[in-house]
Design a protein around this ligand. Structure first.
Ligand SMILES: [Zn+2]
Length: 306
């Protein structure tokens, strides 16, 4: 049985920052760490980057996958302490070398340390082909349905745009594990920020994931998700409810992003106000693509009562 102290250590350094936070957070954090440490298959470990925040939760989860030859998924920070953390996890698994680095997407909290880890370990760095050259030091590209080997198995690349147009999830069919990046998070919902973020694509990506036999989701932020299908359905349902709310606000004559956001997100904190507005904008753009809403300057109008 893992102790709470060990669980906190397993969650990574970011937990320590939260020791100063509220007890509620600490408890939730420790429970999350316990779940993460106890339920992950032997050939998968993680190190949470020391970048906690509103958008990153406890910090970015960087995954270490394999036996002798390791694949690392996402590297948030180039600080030595972050790379030490990742390398220590690989060594604890008996790894001979970190062979490849994969990125779920190009937001800096997922790729900010990729070149530094490549330099330090000699690993080959991969990126989705739509983002080739973004970091300037990639060694290979991958696309939808590619298979990328690691010591002991392979990862199936799933191009899942929505949060970011080049976003990829990685599916490991041996243990039915999905590395979901920012498509599905351990807490809360993913941010869909137009123009690169796209709600139509996002919902399609979520629907697609329902077609895979997944027993565990390992997200880019927050604790692991042990009931994947329920979580994915909850995510889809949540977005459809929001869409319904946007339509009903339009029917009531609210027609700017600001007004609609004010009506729907009644208790949103100021820090998340912009994020809420992005979400409303993403829903409006989806409805425009479907021919249900039109835009006139900064006003959005229902085309027919639907
Ligand atoms: Zn992220």
């Amino acid at each position: 049985m893992i102790t709470r102290r060990e669980a906190l250590a397993a969650l990574g350094k970011s937990s320590l920052a939260l020791l100063c936070g509220s007890l509620r957070f600490l408890r939730r954090d420790a429970e999350a760490a316990e779940r993460l440490a106890m339920a992950t298959p032997n050939h998968i470990r993680h190190f949470t980057a020391d970048n906690p925040g509103i958008m990153t939760l406890q910090g970015t989860n960087q995954y270490v996958v394999g036996k002798e030859n390791i694949v690392v998924i996402d590297v948030a920070l180039s600080a030595d302490s972050n790379m030490d953390g990742i390398i220590e996890q690989a060594e604890a698994m008996g790894a001979k070398k970190i062979e490849k680095i994969l990125l779920t997407h190009i937001h800096s909290d997922h790729c900010g340390g990729a070149l530094a880890l490549k330099k330090r370990t000699g690993a080959k760095l991969g990126i989705h082909r739509s983002r080739a050259g973004y970091l300037g030091g990639e060694d290979f590209q991958y696309g939808d349905n590619d298979r990328i080997g690691f010591g002991g198995g392979e990862l199936h690349v799933l191009h899942t745009p929505g949060h970011e147009s080049g976003h990829c999830c990685f599916y490991e069919s041996g243990d039915k594990v999905l590395f979901s990046g920012d498509n599905i998070l351990g807490f809360g919902t993913a941010v869909i920020r137009p123009p690169d973020g796209n709600m139509t694509d996002y919902l399609k990506s979520l629907e697609r994931l329902l077609g895979f036999n997944i027993s565990l989701i390992l997200p880019g932020h927050g604790p692991l998700i042990g009931k994947p299908e329920a979580k994915i359905r909850e995510y889809i349902q949540h977005r459809l409810e929001r869409e319904h709310q946007v339509l009903s606000a339009l029917r009531k004559g609210r027609n700017t992003i600001g007004d609609i956001t004010q009506m729907i997100y009644v208790d949103v904190s100021p820090a998340l106000q912009r994020v809420a507005e992005f979400s409303v904008q993403a829903h409006l753009e989806k409805l425009m693509r479907e021919g249900r809403v039109k835009r006139e300057a900064d006003r959005y109008l229902l085309l027919s009562d639907n």
